[in-house]
Design a protein around this ligand. Structure first.
Ligand code: TYM
Length: 326
């Protein structure tokens, strides 16, 4: 089963990224899975070039520390493979302005900031190119990417109808728990790298004291009963969801074991600390050897290029371009 997914090198990874995406990547890694650091997507943000470069290596080190093994799966950098940008163009000539205008993430981000970059608008087309280039069957992502994935399928289907069968139609893959982790301070908002709320997000590199502090201060409610109820008790429901994501249980099963918020928070902090501490430790070791990390990117990008070239050329030929191999 061909699996592909991606993450932006846009800051330190948080438990939403981990539970929604990366933990699944680790579980499902095989010779047929590809994981991509999407540095081209990060150009839609306002990042200083030196920061982007640092964060790209930080992201790679975090992914390996979290359990991705470059000898098992393919870990690569999007910008190393020019076919992503090339297929993006072909697909921009298939996607419509109207469908891109309907993307929720675009609307939210555009609202936050006037004068946004055109890349922010066309972002989902590049994501479609990332996925379709590798004949991807499954895309493990958090809930916030499902709309982009649906658009990818629509673009692929339209392409296949218009130009002949070219692309595999991908399907999303959500984790059983943790597909949508919310901010600990504002549990009606998604935990996010771009929304600055230091107490609201737990990162993979937080030290144990910070993790404990953030969880103990997480917003709950005054009703006092531990149960899953997203509408009336988003804070407690989110804590149960995070617990379940780490312990591979259902949030309802976790809820049944607790009478009081204090106990739940105490045990959750212990669980998160024991899960994340080895990752942070491994990260520090890996980060001390940037040369080895560069080699991982070199090897992964070389492996990915072969697959990407074949699909790109198939698509280009189908559209009437003189691509090699006709
Ligand atoms: P990005 O970098 O924002 O996030 C990476 C992954 O983390 C998931 N995620 C969450 N999951 C649960 N709860 C949250 N609060 C949370 N926040 C983030 C995201 O769903 C994602 O799976 N557009 C993508 C990157 C991308 C991509 C791709 C993904 C580019 N090309 C091709 C899959 C396939 C993004 O910005 O992810």
């Amino acid at each position: 089963m061909r699996i592909l997914s991606g993450i932006q090198p846009s800051g330190v990874m948080h438990v939403g990224n981990y539970l929604g995406a990366v933990k699944q990547w680790v579980t499902h890694q095989s010779a047929d899975s590809l994981y991509c650091i999407v540095d081209l997507h990060a150009l839609t943000l306002e990042l200083d070039p030196s920061v982007l470069r640092e964060q790209t290596i930080d992201t790679l080190a975090t992914l390996v520390a979290a359990g991705l093994d470059p000898d098992v799966c393919t870990l690569f950098l999007q910008s190393r493979i020019a076919f992503h940008a090339q297929l993006n163009w072909l697909l921009e000539c298939v996607a419509t302005f109207g469908e891109l205008s309907r993307m929720t993430q675009f609307k939210e981000k555009a609202e936050r900031k006037g004068g946004y970059r055109v890349g922010l608008f066309t972002y989902p087309v590049l994501m479609a190119a990332d996925i379709l280039l590798y004949d991807t069957e499954r895309v493990p992502v958090g809930d916030d990417q499902l709309q982009h994935l649906e658009l990818t399928r629509e673009i692929a289907e339209r392409f296949n109808n218009r130009y002949g069968d070219t692309f595999t139609l991908p399907e999303g893959m959500l984790p059983p728990s943790g597909a949508r982790v919310m901010d600990l301070q504002e549990p009606t908002h998604k935990m996010s790298k771009s929304v600055a709320s230091p107490l609201g997000q737990i990162t993979l590199l937080d030290d144990p004291r910070d993790i404990e502090r953030k969880i103990s201060r997480a917003v709950t409610d005054t009703d006092g009963e531990v149960r899953v109820d997203w509408e009336n008790k988003p804070g407690v429901s989110n804590l149960l969801e995070i617990y379940a994501g780490f312990s591979d249980e259902s949030p309802h099963d976790v809820a049944r074991r607790y009478e009081r918020y204090g106990e739940l928070k105490h045990d959750l902090a212990e669980l998160v600390i024991s899960s994340l501490s080895p990752i942070a430790q491994r990260y520090r070791e890996l980060r001390a050897d940037p040369g080895a990390l560069q080699s991982v990117l070199d090897a992964g990008s070389l492996k990915a290029t072969h697959v990407a070239a074949t699909t790109y050329q198939r698509a280009a030929r189908a559209m009437g371009l003189y691509a090699p191999g006709a």
